[in-house]
Design a protein around this ligand. Structure first.
Ligand SMILES: Nc1ncnc2c1ncn2[C@@H]1O[C@H](COP(=O)(O)OP(=O)(O)OP(=O)(O)O)[C@@H](O)[C@H]1O
Ligand SMILES: [Mg+2]
Length: 435
């Protein structure tokens, strides 16, 4: 595990993987991927392309209908995540899996024993990072928690670690630190499958990438050119770029989550009118097991001006939700498609006001631009929109009035086209506020 020789033998090789769900959806159509020791392998593709399905096949969560998986050159039938872990393949899901009340040390001990903890300490000192493993996990920044999850997986035997959108809820600084740690671990010989929509990160940390489009591989190679990656990821791009005029009923609240946004949003929801609301975890506002149309219906029970069937169809079309029809189970949509559905529903029914908590998280760049367009259209209809984001460039591009939030404080409003990016970044990290 120490040398970083690029051996000829892949650690993992998946060949011709087909993933077909019981309802007939074909998520992977003959996908192949190989990962070498000491390689960070990016897995890209727009929402619904089949990324999570592929790693679930590798991690033993779903059984591929066809295809073979080889670990260290030997064919294996991975029957469960537990089996995958015995083979050295681990997955860190998007959301925190540690016990919040416990410290990092306790969480690591729970996953193994004293030897596991000793190995964790060794890894931490080899890559020379500062990691607080004594404080309760719930008191730590999200970036630190993710790092502890990574170390814990490696200490319990991971050789290949699958990270599904690890930075999608992190601030840019936290993301940078995580990437640095991954680079250190790569030097030690560990391998990663890195799923991300952030191409700048991918360019920075990935040795090679595999891009999926519509369930098939559209590109394998080094990530040398962002344009090439985008070309291979997306179907034709028909979304306008460029910013429209600044709209003063489009309020953009820029700041790292956890700086009082929830309280701010709560105040906005207490309002005499119909308010659309997208929580920062959109799954919290759907009912899996119910159809898409019923997921519209329950939101508009007291509204006579909204027809759930028409609205559901409209959302599918206008927000490009990849769904068979409006009667399918919403729980079977991919992460990004659920996100687009919820944003669409709330923008379309939010007649007077619409509060959107980090609505572009987990969306690919094309979908993000689509959401911006729909947000602006809602504002044009006269809806007061409140758009919370952590991304400065989003605040610049949306074209509204930007306020920066830090530790419950809110700055004066600045028009998007006059926003000084450096100034905004400093305020976001607490520099430049008057006492
Ligand atoms: N349990 C399931 N049953 C039926 N279809 C499913 C199920 N899970 C995913 N799908 C479908 O498989 C396809 C691929 O989904 P997958 O979650 O792999 O995409 P993804 O690339 O991870 O997308 P995202 O970036 O949005 O997370 C989608 O059309 C999705 O609706
Ligand atoms: Mg996914």
């Amino acid at each position: 595990m120490i040398s970083r020789e690029r051996s000829d033998k892949p650690l993992l090789k998946a060949e011709n993987i087909w993933v077909v769900y019981p309802d007939g959806t074909i998520a992977n159509k003959g996908v192949s991927i190989s990962v070498y020791p000491g390689e960070v392998h990016g897995l890209l593709g727009e929402n619904g392309a089949g990324k999570t399905s592929l790693v679930h096949a590798i991690y033993g969560v779903v059984r591929p209908s066809l295809g073979r998986i080889l670990v260290d050159g030997r064919e294996v039938r991975i029957s469960s995540p537990r089996h995958a872990r015995r083979l050295g393949i681990f997955m860190v899901p998007q959301h925190n899996v540690l016990i919040p009340r416990f410290s990092g040390r306790e969480n690591i001990l729970l996953a193994g024993d004293r030897k596991t903890l000793a190995r964790a300490m060794d890894i931490i000192s080899s890559i020379d990072i500062d990691l607080d493993i004594e404080s309760p996990v719930e008191t730590l920044e999200r970036g630190l928690v993710k790092k502890i999850e990574v170390i814990r997986a490696l200490a319990t035997g991971a050789r290949l670690l699958i990270l599904d959108e690890p930075t999608s809820v992190m601030s840019p600084i936290e993301a940078r630190e995580l990437l640095e740690m991954i680079r250190g671990l790569r030097e030690m010989g560990y391998s990663f499958i890195y799923i991300s929509h952030r191409l700048d990160e991918v360019m920075e940390v990935c040795d090679r990438v595999t891009i999926l489009r519509g369930g098939s591989v559209s590109y394998v190679g080094e990530p040398s050119d962002v344009r090439v990656l985008e070309e291979r990821m997306f179907r034709e791009v028909d979304v306008d770029e460029g910013v429209g005029e600044v709209m003063d009923n489009l309020n953009i609240i820029l700041g790292v989550e956890g700086n009082g946004q929830l309280e701010y949003a709560r105040d906005l929801l207490t309002y005499n009118g119909f308010v659309g609301y997208v929580p920062s975890y959109p799954y919290a506002s759907i009912v899996p097991g119910m159809s898409l149309v019923d997921n519209v219906r329950f939101r508009v029970l007291d509204r006579e001006d909204v027809n759930p069937v028409e609205t559901a169809k409209y959302i599918l079309e206008r927000y490009e939700v990849l769904a068979r029809d409006i009667y399918m189970d919403i729980g079977k949509l991919s992460g990004g498609n659920i996100q687009r559905f919820v944003v669409g529903r709330e923008l379309e029914i939010g007649r007077d006001r619409c509060v959107l908590m980090f609505p572009s998280r987990g969306l690919d760049t094309r979908s993000t631009r689509l959401i911006w367009m729909r947000v602006r259209e809602a504002a044009e209809r006269g809806v007061d929109v409140y758009y919370f984001t952590e991304d400065v460039m989003e605040a610049v591009n949306l074209g509204g009035v930007v306020r920066i939030m830090y530790r419950r404080r809110v700055s004066d409003g600045v028009d998007s086209n006059e926003l000084d990016v450096e100034w905004a970044r400093r305020l976001m990290s607490g520099i430049g506020w008057n006492a």
